[in-house]
Design a protein around this ligand. Sequence first.
Ligand SMILES: Nc1ncnc2c1ncn2[C@@H]1O[C@H](COP(=O)(O)OP(=O)(O)O)[C@@H](O)[C@H]1O
Ligand SMILES: [Mg+2]
Length: 234
Amino acid sequence: MSTQLWLENITKEYGDGDTTVKVLKNVSLEVKAGEFVAVVGPSGAGKSTFLSIAGALLSPTRGKIVIGNQDISTLSDKELNAIRLQRIGFVFQSANLIPYLTVRDQLLLIAELAGNHNKEAEKRADELLLRLGLAHRADHYPESLSGGERQRVAIARAWMNNPEIILADEPTASLDSERGRDVVEMLADEVKLRQKAAVMVTHDKRMLDLVDRVVYIEDGMLSERPEQVPHPVH
Ligand SMILES: Nc1ncnc2c1ncn2[C@@H]1O[C@H](COP(=O)(O)OP(=O)(O)O)[C@@H](O)[C@H]1O
Ligand SMILES: [Mg+2]
């Protein structure tokens, strides 16, 4: 399988001058098409920073990010914007839906922003809603949905433009364990079905049987082997 996402020697420092804090230290990760990787590690270890860099939401201090065959480290903000819309699907801890849009329109807005709101997009939105068990909610507004439903809308929205990379930062944190597991199973299915590359930060060890590989971030360093991590993972 080909490498879909490649982060090479990523270093991230926050602040400037005397107050610089190095949050990521030479971190590298390769994710292949069809591979689902979990990132675990203590709070404050740099997991969200790492995921934001992987998704071009944040630029690294040093290091290279390659999506497909394209090195995105040197692109302009405008080019990065297009990449985020078309090639990356994000799911966050809370769904962050737009209160005045129906469930279906949340999805169509994403197609609209990417410049492809057409019949095809409408069909895809309806298919996604059906697949995520939301068809009966298509015309509802976020306030009338349960937490689990909102998070499924956020997932459908992340998949709307059929991105090749899926990034999820603690997507189950606001859900009970059953709903949480449903959400991660849906992510795992999409990875296999459409050969996506996916990275999920999670605190929940019970989800780790659903992924292909687990990496640990601790103190800004990434390791593939749990025995190298000095403290237990939470
Ligand atoms: N914008 C920022 N400015 C300064 N420090 C930050 C910023 N964002 C995160 N940090 C710090 O970087 C470290 C890693 O944060 P984060 O990546 O959110 O960790 P995690 O997701 O593993 O909990 C923390 O010490 C946090 O306080
Ligand atoms: Mg975090």
